[in-house]
Design a protein around this ligand. Structure first.
Ligand SMILES: NC(=O)c1ccc[n+]([C@@H]2O[C@H](COP(=O)([O-])OP(=O)(O)OC[C@H]3O[C@@H](n4cnc5c(N)ncnc54)[C@H](OP(=O)(O)O)[C@@H]3O)[C@@H](O)[C@H]2O)c1
Length: 325
């Protein structure tokens, strides 16, 4: 499949490094807002084409699919332009600024008969399937604690008064959108929409959220989601049932799972280091074109994730310019 990439940041470099081990992937083009940067990035990555006008990328017949890795606020408009031109789209998380945008993007993909997938890398890793398959071992589920707290490499600059993209709510960025989504999506993918969402947030200068908590009420059990981009956490995530608990080393990249039965010894369920975790989402994206019926569950999870995050933002007063579009 002939891909183009939108964005020239570190995540695109990781994506392309991972894509090298994915059969059928080829890099056809690079889009950058700046012609020089696009040309330099294309040359460094071995892409034959580069564009700085999005309409030229959309019209390019040598591109089948586009990986979008721009700031969150830009996902919707860029995806709509590519989908309308008949390109399949693999879009970075969170899929959009809000659920209304997700609905527009999904309707557009449907109308044009193309694939739209949120690149939520965690759920395409084998560790996530092992987690889902082993949940019945826990008996009746009573609590999920999903933790992702990571001191952002851009936070030191923020403390000096320099607001980089990662801390700019004008770009629909902040702890919930950038980090919290890694806690919301897998829980919603496994259990669907909760009955109720409650949330609080730690706001920084200028109103951006630096950290937060979401409590999801699923009736028989609850899910606590803890996320931060201003502090690290050493805690694993945990699925807690009446018969035992299951520890997940990292909810954003499950690589080590441990089963702790209520009676008996803890034992490893899964332990596999991933050198290039993004290769799984790329391979799955290509696979979905052969099995499109499997896409529905992921579309639903993306929309329901956006709905939960909208509600968490409503409760914490986090508003983006994109919400008024
Ligand atoms: N899957 C993962 O592990 C992972 C990790 C990090 C980030 N992400 C996601 O990837 C996306 C990009 O994150 P990032 O940290 O790389 O973002 P970023 O550095 O702020 O921007 C990414 C690229 O978008 C372009 N860009 C920068 N500012 C822009 C603006 N104001 N308007 C339009 N385009 C702009 C730039 O490319 P040009 O200058 O060349 O146009 C830049 O290289 C986000 O959705 C984020 O949540 C995913």
């Amino acid at each position: 499949m002939r891909f183009a990439v939108i964005g020239t940041g570190a995540i695109v470099e990781k994506f392309l490094a991972a894509a090298r081990s994915v059969p059928e992937f080829s890099l056809a083009a690079v889009y950058s807002r700046t012609e020089e940067r696009g040309a330099a990035f294309a040359a460094a990555q071995g892409a034959p084409l580069h564009f700085h006008r999005p309409e030229d990328l959309a019209a390019c017949p040598e591109v089948d699919a586009v990986y979008i890795a721009s700031p969150n606020y830009a996902h919707c408009e860029q995806a709509l332009q590519m989908l309308s031109a008949g390109k399949h789209v693999l879009c970075e998380k969170p899929l959009a600024s809000n659920a209304a945008e997700v609905r527009r993007m999904q309707a557009c993909a449907k109308e044009h008969g193309v694939l739209l997938l949120e690149a939520m890398k965690s759920v395409f890793l084998p560790g996530f399937s092992v987690l889902a398959q082993n949940l019945p071992l826990l008996g009746r589920l009573r609590r999920v604690t999903a933790v992702y707290c990571q001191y952002s490499s851009r936070y030191d600059k923020f403390k000096q008064g320099i607001v980089l993209n990662a801390f700019d709510p004008k770009l629909s960025n902040g702890a919930l959108m950038d980090i919290g989504v890694y806690c919301v999506y897998p829980v919603v993918k496994l259990f669907g929409l909760p009955r109720k969402v409650q949330s609080t947030a730690v706001k920084l200068t200028g109103g951006v959220d630096g950290a937060g908590s979401i409590l999801l009420d699923y009736g028989e059990f609850q899910a606590d989601l803890l996320y931060s981009k201003i502090a690290d956490s050493a805690l694993p995530s945990e699925f807690q049932g009446e018969d035992g608990s299951l520890l997940v080393d990292r909810i954003s990249e499950p690589q080590r799972l441990t089963l702790c039965p209520r009676r008996g010894q803890a034992r490893p369920l899964y332990d596999q280091t991933e050198d290039a975790p993004m290769r799984h989402e790329i391979a799955f994206f290509q696979q979905l074109l052969r099995e499109p019926q499997r896409a529905e569950a992921y579309s639903r999870a993306s929309l329901e994730t956006a709905m939960v995050m909208d509600e968490a933002r409503r409760m914490t007063g986090i508003v983006f310019p994109a919400d008024a579009r």
